[in-house]
Ligand binder design. Sequence first.
Ligand code: ADP
Ligand code: MG
Length: 241
Amino acid sequence: MGGDRQSLAAPQTSPGALQLEFVSRNYMVGKNLVKALQPTNLVIEQGDFVAIMGHSGSGKTTLLNILGLLDVQSDGTYSVHGTDTAQLSQVERARLRRDTFGFVFQNFNLLERYTVLQNIELALMYQKVSAKAARQLAYDLLRQLGLSGKAEARPHQLSGGQAQRIAIARALINNPPIVLADEPTGNLDIEAANEVIGLFKALHAKGTTIVMVTHSSEVARSASRIVHMQSGRVISNEAVS
Ligand code: ADP
Ligand code: MG
């Protein structure tokens, strides 16, 4: 079963914020079954800062996408704050995703035809927030990130580090309790990576739960727990000392 240890800190009575029980994901590629994620048990506690490491193809993105409700497991049970996600309708699932997770990707995924400010505001499109309030929230976040001067810029005018900070602002505008980041520093130089990691640390200090895929053991040391994956399995899950 992946050989992972569930968090010992978890009180018996309270389920973790995110809980995988024997969750697996298979893909059919032509006639071949690819076992991207082997049956996995994993608990992410509220307030955790977990780094997921492993070689390319080891199942990190597959795991993160299931955690973020962007993908559905082939088998097993995935619960978010104690709710078995298999019980949810499509609408409930989308709502839970929107209210629970902020996403950060390696390639920033900013939309080039919009300004920086609009990119952040767009994240509120499906919320009951007025256009004026959305603009104010977006400006506030930009100011906090020291990027108010970039409000009217287009994404291509930003450095990688600035683009990723904007993408993080977009992920945070909903005030999500959990941020999922897939190799967020993968395209950044050391200086920009440090800035982004600094942001994650500050977020974590304020109580946000963070799950971050990374190739860098240096980046992973910022986390409080490191999960190692290999061939679709969690092979270790240990606190950072
Ligand atoms: P990582 O993020 O660790 O590089 P992934 O989770 O992306 O790994 O992929 C794990 C395995 O699943 C790989 O063998 C990959 O080729 C396969 N895989 C991932 N997504 C798909 C897909 N949509 N269709 C088929 N195979 C996939
Ligand atoms: Mg990946």
